[in-house]
Design a protein around this ligand. Structure first.
Ligand code: 7TS
Length: 405
């Protein structure tokens, strides 16, 4: 892998001071910073190739279409999809899950059926299934976790049954850092006849993902958590599933022919991409995939694991810090509580020291309820973070603790 200095040099936003202190950006689970190559790809598109896609006969439209479809192919390669037809470009992980719940869900889930999710899901992998169940008369069931924040696989095996139509699981938890045993979950779910959706919003920047080796039915992610722009993400689904699914939204680009009597749908994946898409975003997403591959995601994972181990040992050295989420298999997230300091106050004090973390429920309120805390402070790491930034974090935490004692 490149040296940390060289990686940091790729990210212009890292090189700034906040309140006179060097920025330690440790809020990567919310969104990562963007490398210059991603910024340049977006800028180049608007500066040279800006045109609508799939329509124009002119040169700019052809270039825009080539760049947009090129990005789709890069993303298919990144996650090892069998074909670019299986990559639907959406607004993000949230839209990907809503698309599956509304389109596949309404066609395949009915009264008496069950949808199984886990106790550590982000709200975006809870609410769409809640709606589906309310509207169809299906039941939402929840796989419990233990006090370390690991799924209870024996309970999963018991919950799984012939009524289970879909299992929706977060690949890596944003609130706890837990990496779930998704290959095992998929194998068991398939044996019971259920489909599996993986929420990979937090995964792709931190580990290699091969949707075919996993045999995932659906996989969603957001570009902005893997060095790409906001407002763009992908839904991967096996081609046969996408073929059978009804469209999600109606409009331009998703149809082959329209009359007032009926419409005939376009081929995959355009059937699911109604309207002018986020062309610049997709191009930036493709550049982010290139960037990730240029760093080698296995090397990033090793670097981030060393940071997490270091941060975990620092936390253990202070009796006023309680970690939330201590799974044996976790990555890049340190969620914690500091005795006597509300996470929001902690976040504000850390900010004054140049340390950016997130404080809150991380859109995973059931996780907070399970651990009986209103919120946690969360430091989350990326390829460009350093031990010095973790030292800055713990020194600022010590100051906050001193202040509130
Ligand atoms: N799933 C997980 C596991 C997430 O962490 C997030 C965003 C989403 C889905 C939704 O992604 P979006 O891009 O569609 O919004 N998580 C966070 C977070 O942890 N802090 O800010 C956003």
């Amino acid at each position: 892998m490149k040296s940390i200095e060289d990686i940091r040099a790729d990210f212009p936003a890292l090189h700034q001071q906040v309140y006179g202190k060097p920025l330690a950006y440790l809020d990567n689970a919310a969104t990562t910073q963007k490398p210059q190559t991603v910024i340049d790809a977006i800028c180049h598109y608007y500066s040279h190739d800006n045109a609508n896609v799939h329509r124009g006969v002119h040169a700019l439209s052809e270039r825009a279409t080539a760049a947009y479809e090129g990005a789709r192919r890069k993303l298919a390669a990144l996650i090892h999809a069998a074909s670019a037809r299986e990559i639907v470009l959406v607004r993000g992980a949230t839209e990907g899950i809503n698309l599956v719940a509304q389109s596949w869900g309404h066609a395949n889930v009915g009264a008496g059926d069950e949808v199984l999710i886990s106790a550590m899901e982000h709200h975006s992998n809870i609410v769409p299934w809640q709606w589906l169940c309310e509207r169809t008369g299906a039941t939402l069931k929840v796989i419990p976790m233990n006090n370390r924040g690991e799924l209870q696989m024996d309970a999963f095996a018991e919950l799984l049954g012939e009524r289970t139509k879909l299992v929706g699981i977060v690949h890596q938890s944003n609130a706890l850092g837990t990496i779930n045993p998704v290959a095992e979950i998929i194998a068991q779910a398939h044996a019971a006849g259920a489909k599996v959706l993986l929420d990979g919003a937090q995964a792709l920047a931190h580990m290699p993902v091969d949707v075919q080796a996993l045999d995932a039915d659906f996989y969603v992610t957001s570009a902005h958590k893997m060095y790409g722009p906001t407002g763009i993400g992908l839904l991967y689904a096996k081609e046969a599933l996408l073929e059978a699914m009804p469209p999600y939204q109606g409009g331009g680009d998703m149809i082959r022919s329209v009359s007032f009597e009926r419409s005939e749908y376009n081929d995959l994946p355009y059937k699911f991409e109604a309207g002018t898409p986020n062309i610049a975003g997709a191009i930036g997403f493709g550049a982010a995939a290139d960037y990730l591959q240029s760093l080698d995601v296995r090397a990033i994972a090793a670097h981030e694991q060393a940071l997490l181990d270091y941060a975990t040992s620092q936390a253990a050295a202070h009796d006023y810090i309680r970690l939330i989420g201590t799974a044996a298999h976790k990555a890049s997230v340190l969620s914690f509580i500091v005795d006597g300091v509300h996470p929001h106050d902690l976040g504000t004090i850390l900010d004054r020291e140049g340390v950016a973390i997130r404080a809150g429920h991380h859109c995973a309120m059931p996780v907070m309820q399970f651990f009986q805390v209103p919120a946690t402070a969360r430091a989350s790491f990326a390829a460009y973070n350093t031990r010095e930034e973790i030292d800055a974090l713990f020194s600022a935490i010590a100051q906050a603790h001193q202040l509130f004692k």
